[in-house]
Write a protein that binds this ligand. Structure first.
Ligand code: NAD
Length: 261
């Protein structure tokens, strides 16, 4: 349990990749602050599961991170409960699929706010505590779309490219403070985020569900397999360890070969 005594805050951790991160870090003893939407009973069960796994009291903070005040409330709640955040994983994200001339401007604003600006605000508020401890880990879930583009995803691709840039900047600024900053860039991971974009992709491209799965999603990944949330979580756990102390400013691809093409 090498993360005992460390507070890990994971945004968007009530499902998908974020929940897998929480489970992996709890298994190593981290004190968890989780965040995200969902049914109250399901979230209470996740909090209980994480507390039992880590032996430290997990909390859930119900904050909407498309709003700056939401990020500030989340970080304040973590500081109140546990003194500050040692491991920050900025993971909350959303997608919208539409041609650029039809792209709803409110969707653009929300995606930039959640997928990019929230990561800046969370880092801004977490770093003073990390500096005071001389240790910290900042990890972001970027995407293959931080390195390459796809049509009909203007906001998501722009935000993820920005997140990769933010990560590199944090790494340079914090290099001598014992704090590393890295992002993990998965290809397609089978979560609700992917499942929910299938209907819009069917509409935008005039395709069936099967065509979207095989000819839009898996066609990008030479392995022709989805990445598993647990595989992404295992990478984050590695980045938290001492063996990763010299990995900083990296954008780690886990995309079945997508961005090698
Ligand atoms: P998901 O939909 O399963 O999880 C998203 C999480 O974010 C949930 O906990 C949700 O409640 C939370 N969330 C959504 N809006 C929020 C808001 N306004 N404020 C706070 N929390 C909010 O999706 P996922 O696939 O696990 O995605 C997690 C991250 O991984 C995202 O940043 C996504 O862009 C990235 N990613 C996903 C894939 C993929 O194929 N699934 C690939 C690359 C990157």
């Amino acid at each position: 349990m090498f993360l005992k005594g460390k507070c890990a805050l994971i945004t968007g951790s009530t499902s998908g990749i974020g929940l897998a991160y929480a489970r992996a870090l709890a298994a190593e003893g981290a004190t968890l602050v989780i965040n995200g939407f969902g049914e109250a009973g399901a979230i209470a069960a996740q909090v209980a599961e994480l507390t039992a796994a880590s032996g430290a009291p997990a909390i859930h903070v119900d904050a909407d991170l498309t709003r700056r005040e939401g990020v500030e409330a989340l970080m304040a709640a973590a500081a109140d409960a546990f003194g500050g955040v040692d491991i920050l994983i900025s993971n909350a994200g959303m997608q919208h699929v539409a041609p650029v001339e039809e792209f709803p401007v409110e969707k653009w604003d929300a995606i930039i706010a959640l997928n990019l600006t929230a990561a800046f605000d969370a880092a801004r508020l977490a770093v003073p505590h990390m500096k005071s401890r001389g240790w910290g880990r900042i990890i972001a879930t970027a995407s293959a779309h931080s390195l390459t583009a796809s049509p009909f995803k203007a906001a998501y691709v722009a935000a993820k490219h920005g997140l990769a840039g933010l990560t590199k900047t944090l790494a340079l600024e914090l290099a001598t403070s014992g704090i590393t900053a890295n992002c993990i860039s998965p290809g397609y991971v089978w979560t609700t985020l992917v499942e929910n974009q299938i209907p819009d992709t069917m509409a935008a491209r005039g395709m069936t569900r099967e065509q979207v799965l095989n000819d839009v999603l898996l066609v990008r990944q030479p392995t022709r397999q989805f990445v598993q949330p647990e595989q992404v979580a295992a990478m984050a756990l590695f980045l938290c360890g001492n063996d990763a102390a010299q990995i900083t400013g990296a954008n780690i691809s886990m995309d079945g070969g997508w961005t090698a093409e």
